[in-house]
Structures are given as C-alpha cells and as structure tokens.
Design a protein around this ligand. Structure first.
Ligand SMILES: Cc1cc2nc3c(=O)[nH]c(=O)nc-3n(C[C@H](O)[C@H](O)[C@H](O)COP(=O)(O)O)c2cc1C
Length: 187
C-alpha cells in the first residue's frame, strides 16, 4: 500500500508535519512519501492520500486548494484525510480558534474521511515583512506550538483505518447519507 502525504507550506512547519505523518505511517509498515503539494503531478499508484495546508488569513494556501480541485475526481475515489496547520499559542486558547473556512467544501470535494487542525509555528524571523506586520497586528504569539503527540495520534488513526478491514470507504453513500457527488468546485 502506497500513501501520499502532501501539504502546502510557506515556512516549512507544515511540511515538517507532513513528514512526521509519513514517518508514523512508515513505522506501521505503510509505504508513505511526504511530498510538497506543488511537486505532485499525479495520484496514479497511490492507494490513499493525506492532504494538508498551512492556514493564512483563515484559508488554506492556494496551491493546496488548486491541488484538491485538480485531482478531485481521483481524490474522491481514494481514502483521503485532511489536516490544517495554523493556530498558535496555548492549546486551550489557540489564536485564531475555529476551523479554516475551506475545510467543509474541501471535505465534500474529496469525500475525506476526516480532518484535523494542528497547532503551528510562528517564527517572526522567517516571515516576510507584510506577514510579520500582520502577525503583530493580531497579537499572534510567537513560538512553535506544534503538538507532535497529536500529529502521531492522527497518523496512527489513519494507519489503523488503512490497515483495518474497513480500509476502503463505502463509495456508494456520502457521509451525510446522500448520493456521492464527486466534482464540487472550490474557489
Ligand atoms: C500573516 C499570517 C496569517 C496567519 N493566519 C492564520 C489564520 O488565519 N489561521 C491560523 O490558524 N493560522 C494563521 N497563521 C499561522 C500559520 O498558519 C502558522 O504559522 C503555520 O504554522 C505556518 O505554516 P508554514 O510554516 O507551513 O507556512 C498565520 C500566520 C501569519 C504569519
């Protein structure tokens, strides 16, 4: 079984999360590669996909949204999990709270089995001038808030689902009980 773990990242921290997920899958005996989303040309040969993005201004990065749109018909026929990486600060008071705006439509588009939001890293020295100014304006706390245990747990759940006897989703019924409709669009 080959699993593609792919993510859009501006300043590496989300790519490092993708690598950690791939490493946990590999520990479970699953062949897994962590590839930046802009380097993936085809999903041929993959049996499942974990797709993620850093969140900026409440949205997934454009490369990840475009990837989901471009590969929608393949994604909705494979087991797919989504993750977002963004909130910083203490776990009980993440900044900002809540689910990124794109996640509901991306979940429908890909027929994803699940989505998880992970805390991110804010290192002002890595940011462009405008990003730094914005981060200061919203008083986003600096630091690495990534929770490697939570990331490993998520990857473990993905591995359990893939290795379990119910690995493949039921493609006849959408999660809301309606007919499966691959091919929604995302802006
Ligand atoms: C200008 C700016 C805007 C951000 N907006 C959000 C946001 O809306 N929601 C969120 O959860 N995180 C937001 N973040 C935090 C980033 O998502 C976080 O730093 C993430 O770990 C960056 O991932 P990357 O290193 O892969 O680019 C923002 C960070 C910056 C610098």
């Amino acid at each position: 079984m080959r699993v593609l773990v792919t993510a859009a990242s501006r300043h590496e921290s989300t790519q490092e999360i993708a690598e950690a997920i791939a490493a946990t899958l590999a520990d479970r005996g699953i062949e897994a590669a962590a590839v930046p989303v802009e380097q993936v040309a085809t999903l041929d040969g993959f049996d499942a996909v974990v797709l993620g993005s850093a969140v900026y201004m409440g949205r997934w990065l454009g490369e990840a949204r475009r990837f989901a749109q471009l590969h929608a018909s393949a994604l909705c026929r494979l087991p797919v999990w989504l993750f977002s990486s963004g909130p910083v600060g203490p776990a009980d008071h993440p900044v900002p709270p809540g689910t990124p705006a794109d996640v509901p439509v991306l979940t429908r588009l890909t027929q994803a089995s699940g989505h998880r939001t992970f805390a991110g890293r804010l290192d002002l020295r890595r940011l462009h001038f405008t990003e730094r100014t914005l981060a200061r304006t919203i008083h986003a706390p600096e630091g690495d808030s990534r929770d490697w245990g939570a990331i490993e747990d998520f990857a473990g759940e993905v591995a359990d689902a893939l290795l379990g006897e119910h690995a493949m989703p039921d493609l006849s019924v959408a999660p809301d009980g309606g007919a499966l409709a691959c091919g929604h669009s995302v802006q």
